[in-house]
Design a protein. Sequence first.
Length: 571
Amino acid sequence: MAIDKSKLPSRYVSVGPESAPHRSYYYAMGMTDAEIAQPFVGVATCWNEAAPCNISLMRQAQAVKKGVKAAQGTPREFATITVTDGIAMGHAGMKSSLVSRDLIADSVELTMRGHCYDALVGLAGCDKSLPGMMMSMVRLDVPSVFMYGGSILPGRLHGKDITVQDVFEAVGSHSAGNMTDEELHEIECHACPSAGSCGGQFTANTMACVSEAIGLALPGSAGAPAPYESRDAYAEASGEAVMNALAKGIRPRKIVTRKALENAARVVACTGGSTNAALHLPAIAHECGIDFDLHEVGRIFRETPYIADLKPGGKYVAKDLFEIGGVQVVMKALLEDGFLDGDCLSVTGNSIGDELEKVKFPEDQDVVRRPRSPITKTGGVVGLRGNLAPEGAIVKIAGLDVLKFTGPALVFDCEEDAFEAVRKREYKEGDVIVIRYEGPKGGPGMREMLSTTAALYGQGTGGKVALITDGRFSGATRGFCIGHVGPEAAVGGPIGLLKNGDMITIDAMTAEINVDLSEEELEKRRAEWKPRQHDFQSGALWRYAQTVGSAEKGAVTHPGGAAETHTYADI
C-alpha cells in the first residue's frame, strides 16, 4: 500500500531539493530511490551480549524488517542499551537497572526524532527494556508495534523445571550449610538452557503480558519462547502490522487509554505478576498524560482474582502458559467473567474483544483457572498504605499463606548490610527487616532485593520474616516482601525515621502498612532527621537523582504528556 509522505516526519529528510544532502547519506548506505520515497520505520532493538534475554533480538529484527519491506516500508534498524537484572542483581550494578528504563525511552525518542522516522517497531527482552520501549512509543505517538523477544526455556534438573530464581535461592541454602559447592554448581549450570528472558512470571514476562493486554503487541506474540522459530513469524507480522497502523492512522495514544491501562493491571494481578508493574504502568500512563498512579493500580489489583498458577508463587513457567494458548487465554477468562474491557483498541485495528473471539478457553489444564473459581479472590499483587507509607507500597501475595504480619523492625541503610546480616543469620524469625535509602533518589536507582529475599528462602525462613524497602523487589521475589514504600527515606519519609524494635504491622487483606508510633513521635524524629548524601555525585546516576520523582507516580523523570504542546508524530 502506497502511503503519502507529505504529512509524515520523514518528509523533512527525504522529500524535495532541500533534502538532497540527507538523501546523499541514504545513497551511501545502498538505498534506492524507491526505498527513500517510502515511509521510514525505526526497528529498535535492545540486542546485546550482556545476557540471554537479549541475544536473540537481532535475529528477530531481521524478520521485522522483512515484514516492513513486504508492506512497502523502509526499515531502519538501530539498537539501544539494556541493563540485565539477573547479572546486575545483588551489588551496586543494580542501581543502573531502573535508570536504564528511562534512558531506553529517551534514546529511542532521540533516534526517532533525530532521523525523522515515521513509525516504530520495538523489540525488547530484559525487564526494564519492555516498559522503556513502550514508554517511547506513547511518548512519540507514531504508529508503533511492540514485540517481546520471548522467554527462556525452563532448566531441567532431577526431574523438575528450574529457573534462575532457584539459583538465587540455592545461594541461601549454600550459605546455611544445606547445599554443597558441587550441588550449587549443578543448579547454576542447568537453570538457564537457552536464549530468552527469565521464565517465571517475573518482570519481563509480566510486562510481555502487559504488551498484549494494553494492545501495543500483536495478539499471541508474547508467548513463544525465544528459541522458537515461530517468534520470527510474529516478528515479520509485526513489521507488516506497523505499516497497516501507519496507513490507518492507528497511533499508540488511541490504544493506551485509561481502560487499556486497567486491562493491563488486571492481567498483572490475575497472573501474580511482578510488583514492578506498579511502577511501569504509571510511567507508561504518564507519557500519555493520564494520571494512573500506584493507588489506581492497587485498587484494580484488589478487585481482580488471582487465576494463573505461575512461578514464583505458583507451579508453572512461561512455556507452560504458552502451550495452553498464552496470555490470550488469561484475557479470554477475564473477558468472559466481566473483568476486561473488550472495547479497547488493539494495534491490529480490531478491538481486544474482537481479537479474543478467536480464542477458546482450554478446559483440560490447570495453569489458568476461570475467575469464578480462582486460586484466591484477591489479585496476586496488592497495594498498601498507612502511616509508614503515606504514598503507598506494594506486595506480591501470590503463594503466601499468611497475609498479616506484625514484628519488630530490624533496620539497615543499604542492601549490602542487610544481605550480610541475613548471610550470617543475624536476625530472628518474626523480624521485619527494613532496607532503606534504596529509593529512586536515595539509591539512587531503586535497586531490587532478590539476593536478600532469595537468601532468606534458601535458609528456610522465607515467609517467617517480613522485609520492607523504599527500593524494589524482583519479579522473582516471593515471601512477605513490601517494596516501593513512599515517601522514600532520602526525602524524609517515615521509613527513614524507623529505629530497631519499632513494631510494624503489614495487613494485605486491609491493604495497610503501619508502624506503632504516634504522630507526635514521628514528628519528633522528623525534626531530628538529617538528609544523607549518596555516593554518586556525578554522572548518570547523579543526573537521575536530580530529576526522578516518587515511586507513587512511576519514578518518572520529566513532566509527561500532560505538559506537552505538541507530539513528535505531528511535526
